[in-house]
Design a protein around this ligand. Structure first.
Ligand code: NAP
Length: 245
């Protein structure tokens, strides 16, 4: 049987890497994109050991539509299709609005929100033609509840939710499903940068009493793209230990 394939943006580290591993364990071909290629050999090796079919890496900046579009075309010409796109690449540039520079605002929007637009736009036309595909956009609880010092990040992640619902309505009739995952407080390099007192405050807000793991998020993504979720589209699944209830 032909392998299914999944493209994970920002796939070398953190949540993206765990998402790749989850699809690898389920025998998918994996395409990883990242803006840097440091650590790619190790990452590819781990995916192969986990059970991936073929693994491809491409250095792609998701904020650049021309780069994204030609890299998607390359996937289609090599593999003939794209089954799953996970828009995971994301950055933070935190600052109180009063001190936030235009560049800090623009960079976060261009990677997180425009990156999601660029990748979805380039991939969805192929999915529509095949009448099959699943797009998963990684949002955040911050996009729903907001956060001091993260107006740029919160705007980008809230934007992803509106984008997800709109695209789900546009392409549902072509059997392409589009969903978002809103992780809460997940243990990664991104959250390790936070001061310990901020981490302690967040932990108090989580009914399940722990930070999430990258695997917790990866499993939700896999479920959403699987046949078990065939009737789910346009949804935002909170993976946050109950934090936002
Ligand atoms: P991470 O460890 O920093 O990983 C993000 C990945 O995206 C990195 O490999 C990074 O590459 C890559 N990337 C950055 N800019 C890119 C670009 N322009 N094009 C392509 N790749 C790019 O972050 P993470 O914590 O795993 O977060 C993954 C996603 O989950 C993000 O969208 C984040 O907003 C979201 N999220 C995270 C949490 C959390 O608690 N960690 C909570 C909610 C949502 P470099 O390292 O080379 O820059």
């Amino acid at each position: 049987m032909e392998n299914k394939n999944a493209l994970v943006t920002g796939g070398l580290r953190g949540i993206g890497h765990a998402i790749g591993l989850e699809y690898a364990r389920n025998g998918f071909d994996i395409i990883l994109w990242d803006v840097m290629d440091e650590g790619k050999d190790e990452s590819i090796d781990l995916l192969k050991k986990a059970g991936a079919g073929e693994v491809f890496f491409n250095k792609v900046n998701v904020a650049d539509l021309a780069q994204v579009s030609s890299a998607i075309d390359e996937i289609i010409s090599k593999q003939g299709k794209l089954d799953v796109l996970i828009n995971n690449a994301g950055i933070t540039k935190d600052n109180l609005l009063i001190s936030m520079t235009e560049d800090e605002f623009d960079r976060v929007i261009s990677v997180n929100l425009k990156g999601t637009f660029n990748c979805s736009k380039s991939a969805v036309k192929h999915m529509i033609k095949r009448r099959s595909g699943s797009i998963i956009n990684i949002s955040s609880v911050i996009g729903i509840m907001g956060n001091k010092g993260q107006s740029n990040y919160a705007a980008s992640k809230a934007g992803i939710i509106g984008f997800t619902k709109s695209l789900a309505k546009e392409v549902g009739s072509r059997n392409v499903r589009v969903n978002a995952v809103a992780p809460g407080f997940i243990e990664t390099e991104m959250t390790k940068k936070l001061p310990p007192e901020v981490i302690a405050e967040y932990a108090k807000l989580i009914p399940l009493g722990r930070m999430g793991s990258v695997e917790d998020v990866a499993k939700v993504c896999f479920f959403l793209s699987s046949e078990n979720a065939n009737y789910i589209t346009g949804q935002v699944i909170h993976c946050d230990g109950g934090m936002l209830m």
